[in-house]
Design a protein around this ligand. Structure first.
Ligand SMILES: [Zn+2]
Length: 694
């Protein structure tokens, strides 16, 4: 409640643009946000930023780091602040009013960013500083920051002659339209191919699944039937539980032929081949031998060959594990018929894997949840960070955007202020699903600022006084997202563009996935996995949880790797005017045959439906990065276990110094080498997956 008159729009806009103030080095003004002020504030912030950029570009003095790169790092601060708030409102508080702002502002923000990258006077200055970087007295961080700005422009084609630039713009526009056609086709195949079941066709399906299918059928105007829609979330449980082999095959075929049915919605006839041709042409214009080489130039892997080599190191072990899984399943299938059952087909895999799981890993996930209370798990996050890194966490009062949030001050071993950490734990209808981390503000010393970060999850808010019980997977997710937060909290850099989580895509999941490893330690579980009466989780249950982590890993890794390998092959195959165009179905078949794909498994995302790769280009020649990061995190954790102590203080110190605090100030491959004393090795990953290692 407030007695003052409602502030004018001008005051609301000023609140979004101005410096953050407060007792902890400046806190986001979540209590002073008027949605009506977002749009004018973003526009004003872009105008201010444009003025800063124009001044840098028009500087009559010869270009130096101090008059070009440093002011670029300082520019756009008001835009950063208002975009942080805008990002929170579009992710955590997305009302129709906020949605309308987003619809109007997204094209404006994209155009603003394009204008900066097309500023030739600005690029000429960045290029001059970049070319002189070795001859000048720049620190290694300053050289890296200079490279980062230069590379961002060059990747957009800043070095190209005018005609080539125009061609790249035309290619980008055509690719954007191919991308939306791709997705429309996929969604059409998902919407149109629905399997309606009668009561006699439900054998094996659990009641909850029957209820969900019945509800779906009713929603589609077919009450009294059961609908299996053509989506992953409907397909996977059907293949797992249905006893009807013929229907499993029907559902499997519909799902895995999406986008490739030879009808009006087929992605393979022209959309995918044209996309691949245009991507290849763009990469060639930029001076690269393939699209993958262009795309991966600033990743940790660096080249398609490096990513491919790692995948092919893991592939034989994954396939060997599949043979074991298939043998276990075939034994169960044979036992059921009392003789020789048909060989396990792709539509049988999930079904018999579930039977193996029951027989070998018998695990009641509900039993574990009793011991996983959200508040206790949050304490576990803090305790582990204290033991490893000497951090302490104290709850403070700071402006929040929901009364359910809490804010903590993070201090280092000597009691010095390090960061603020916000938690927005509960689901609400206007909040994005899933869990994520935000870096509201990055640490830097150029214009001194401490990190301000948040974790966001979607737990169901409990009745007052009741604990939130979460699943094992949720607890893993908490540790994962907090690992991202710790990456930002550790930052000790000079410039914001290289601070915290601003690192390469195939490196950014290392700190998060690594932190997951401290959840299943004796020290954490005995203290924090306790029920409401304080009784710790029983040892045998922990053993089962740990053993279940290697269940069906052959299937999961093989279906993933098959897709990642095809992605990389598609984007390293020349597609110039003289090259035969790629026929996706044939290409996929030949590529998988050549590497010995087990006949019981298909690609997790077949080419015709591979939206990670063909809806936009986020994971094009990038699907490998899930494996890349996992190899890093298992290898890094073995640096601890090799000492005999998962909490080894010297190793934790090296992790902080070499990986967590350096951000993107050095090449990530070099950072890893400093920490581990060598390049990443897949051995730890293979052991963690339970693969047969020769
Ligand atoms: Zn992550």
């Amino acid at each position: 409640m407030s007695a003052s008159p409602s502030p004018s729009l001008e005051t609301d806009v000023a609140a979004l643009l101005s410096d953050w103030t407060g007792p902890y080095g400046g806190e986001p003004p979540f209590d002073r946000v008027a949605v009506s002020a977002l749009e004018p504030a973003i526009e004003e912030a872009m105008r201010l930023n444009q003025g800063e950029i124009d001044a840098i570009a028009a500087d009559p003095a010869a270009p130096t780091f101090a008059n070009t790169i440093a002011p670029l790092e300082r520019a756009g601060r008001a835009l950063d602040r208002v975009q942080t708030i805008y990002g929170v409102w579009t992710a955590n508080l997305k009302t129709p009013e906020v949605q309308a702002v987003e619809t109007r502002m997204e094209p404006a923000l994209a155009a603003f960013s394009d204008r900066i990258f097309q500023n030739e006077a600005l690029f000429a200055r960045i290029d001059a500083v970049y070319r002189a970087r070795g001859r000048s007295d720049l620190t290694p961080e300053q050289q890296r920051v200079t490279w980062k700005h230069w590379n961002a422009f060059v990747k957009q084609g800043a070095q190209l002659p005018a005609a080539a630039k125009a061609r790249v713009t035309a290619i980008n526009q055509r690719l954007a339209s191919l991308s939306s056609s791709f997705m429309q086709n996929l969604l059409a195949d998902e919407a149109e191919h629905v399997l309606y079941l009668s009561e006699g066709e439900l054998d094996g399906l659990p009641q909850a699944l029957r209820d969900a299918y019945a509800q779906d059928a009713a929603d589609r105007g077919r009450p009294g039937a059961w609908a299996v829609s053509n989506t992953r979330s409907a397909m996977e449980p059907f293949l797992t539980y249905s006893d009807r082999r013929d229907l499993r095959e029907t559902v499997w075929r519909a799902y895995y032929s999406r986008g490739g049915n030879g009808d009006d919605h087929d992605n393979t006839v022209s959309i995918i081949p044209e996309t691949l041709r245009l991507r290849y042409e763009k990469a060639r214009l930029m001076g690269f031998p393939s699209y993958a080489a262009w795309k991966m130039q600033d990743t940790m892997a660096g080249t398609p060959e490096a990513a491919m080599a790692q995948m092919m190191q893991v592939w034989p072990a994954a396939v060997a594990r599949v043979r074991q899984e298939v043998a276990d399943m075939q034994a169960i299938a044979d036992g059921e018929v009392g003789g020789t059952a048909p060989p396990i087909a792709p539509w049988d895999y999930r079904h018999y894997a579930e039977k193996v799981r029951k027989a070998k890993y018998d695990l009641d996930m509900q039993a574990a949840a009793r011991y996983l209370q959200l508040d206790k798990m949050r304490e576990a996050l803090f305790w582990a960070a204290g033991r490893l890194f000497g951090f302490s966490f104290a709850r403070i009062d700071a402006p929040v955007f929901s009364p359910d949030m809490s804010v903590y001050e993070v201090k280092d071993r000597s009691g010095r202020h390090l960061a603020l950490w916000y938690l927005d734990p509960y689901a609400r209808p206007i909040k994005a699903s899933g869990a994520w981390m935000n870096q509201y503000r990055g640490q830097q010393t150029d214009e001194p600022a401490a990190a301000v970060v948040s974790n966001n999850t979607n737990f169901v808010k409990p009745a007052p006084g009741r604990p939130v019980l979460i699943s094992w997977d949720d607890a893993v997710t908490l540790f994962h997202e907090f690992g991202h937060a710790l990456h930002a909290i550790h930052a000790k850099v000079t410039y914001p563009s290289v601070s915290g989580t601003n690192v390469a895509r195939d490196f950014v999941e290392l700190p998060s996935q690594l932190y997951e490893n401290w959840l299943p330690t004796e020290a954490v579980l005995s203290r924090f996995a306790v029920d409401e009466d304080g009784r710790p989780i029983p040892g045998p249950l922990v053993d089962k949880l740990l053993k279940a982590r290697t269940f069906n890993t052959g299937f999961a890794v093989t279906e993933y790797l098959a897709a990642a390998i095809v992605d990389m092959k598609l984007h390293t195959t020349p597609q110039g005017p003289g090259d035969p165009p790629i026929d996706p179905a044939r290409f996929e078949k030949e590529t998988l045959e050549a590497i010995g794909m087990p006949p019981e498994i298909v690609m997790r995302h077949r080419t015709s439906q591979f939206f990670h790769v063909f809806q936009g280009d986020g994971y094009a020649a990038g699907y490998y990065s899930y494996l890349w990061a996992e190899v890093l995190d298992h290898d890094a954790f073995e640096a601890f276990t090799e000492t005999g102590d998962p909490w080894d203080p010297a190793t934790a110190q090296r992790l902080a110094d070499d990986i967590l605090s350096v951000g993107d100030t050095i090449d990530p491959a070099e950072a890893f080498r400093r920490f581990r004393g060598r390049d990443p090795d897949v051995g730890a990953y293979l052991r963690a997956k339970g693969f047969p290692v020769s």
